[in-house]
Design a protein. Structure first.
Ligand code: NAD
Length: 310
């Protein structure tokens, strides 16, 4: 919600210079993060220009959760965005909100990422509207939970199609345009399960690592085309999916949702669940000129949750 705030008095602002600036207050302020509608441009000597104005960014599975936050963050930076989800009404509504808040150009398309034709159409419509694709954020829902004994061939196949094959198809569809434009950035949203396997998530633990291998190879193969490929790994991020999981755990354990939440947070070194915007900040940075020498890396955004050295 828009709030009034005298940002000229605050030395800790990160802001994007635009007529309708979004100002992110540092998390250590009492109010935490908030969005502020500013009516004029403010210049700060050390403001970071991410160089994303006018770039064409495809963000998949973006009607809610981390994908939606990433789409909005690109819009705030002045990029032109292309969003998709399986349900047209959901993605249209998310796009309308982002357009109203940021004034950005937003394309909202229905696409099921397990369908090759939908992926081709998503990229074709984006190129038709914006002339190219500069940035691709590969995101999709996670494969279902379960152990090895639970999973049939059909479930392994479905997880492969949702997580790995969708990434292959999206990358294949965008690289001709990125090559023509002289470069691009690809960011894959996966999970900390690729660093520390998670209990009861055999499909995620197995198939997401394939995306990390693919991304590393691509980062080498596509470097000559100035196309960078990186991975971002969410830890425990407060999206609808996490809220559902907290409710389920509460039902199972007989504890209140608040108790379950506090227990989960006690295991996160930074002491809280992440917000979708925490991921969006990293995604936007990796897509930007400020990350122009970064390729082939896998970064967790998890408040210190994954106890791995690398
Ligand atoms: P979410 O469930 O809130 O959103 C996922 C989106 O993917 C939804 O909009 C859903 O409709 C869409 N989707 C699912 N299948 C699709 C398909 N076939 N075609 C098109 N869209 C499809 O998820 P999130 O919490 O925003 O997480 C994003 C990604 O990060 C997921 O892969 C998730 O598994 C992973 N992740 C999330 C967390 C977390 O704590 N939120 C932790 C680790 C990994």
């Amino acid at each position: 919600m828009a709030q009034q705030y005298d940002f000229r008095q605050d030395q800790h602002l990160v802001l994007n210079g635009s007529a309708r600036a979004r100002i992110i207050l540092p998390p250590w302020t009492p109010q935490g993060r908030r969005h502020v509608e500013a009516l004029y441009i403010v210049k700060m000597g050390d403001a970071m220009d991410l160089g994303l104005k006018g770039k064409a960014a495809v963000v998949t599975a973006s009607s809610r959760g981390i994908g939606r936050a990433a789409a909005e963050a690109f819009a705030v930076e002045g990029a032109r965005i292309s969003m998709c989800a399986r349900t047209a009404a959901d993605v249209t509504q998310a796009a309308e909100t982002i357009r109203a808040r940021t004034g950005a150009q937003v394309l909202a398309l229905r696409a099921d990422l397990t369908q090759a034709g939908d992926i081709q159409e998503l990229v074709r419509r984006t190129v038709e509207a914006y002339g190219t694709v500069d940035i691709l954020v590969n995101n999709a829902g996670g494969p279902p939970a379960g152990t090895f004994d639970d999973m049939t061939d059909a479930e392994w196949q479905a997880a492969f199609e949702l997580t790995l094959l969708s990434t292959v198809r999206l990358v294949r569809a965008v690289i001709p345009h990125m090559r023509r434009a002289g470069g691009g950035a690809i960011i894959n949203l996966q999970s900390t399960s690729v660093k520390v396997p998670l209990d009861n998530l055999i499909l995620s633990n197995s198939i997401r690592t394939g995306v990390i291998g693919l991304a590393k190879s691509l980062s080498i193969e596509l470097a000559k085309d100035n196309i960078r490929v990186n991975n971002v790994l969410p830890g425990a991020i407060m999206t609808d999916r996490q809220r559902q999981m907290l409710a389920l755990q509460s039902k199972k354990s007989g504890q209140t949702v608040e108790e379950v939440r506090r227990l989960r947070e006690s295991k996160i070194p930074l002491g809280r669940f992440g917000e979708p915007e925490d991921l969006a900040d990293m995604i936007v940075f990796l897509a930007s000129d400020r990350a122009k020498y970064i390729t082939g890396v896998t970064v967790q955004v998890d408040g210190g949750l994954a106890r791995s050295l690398m």
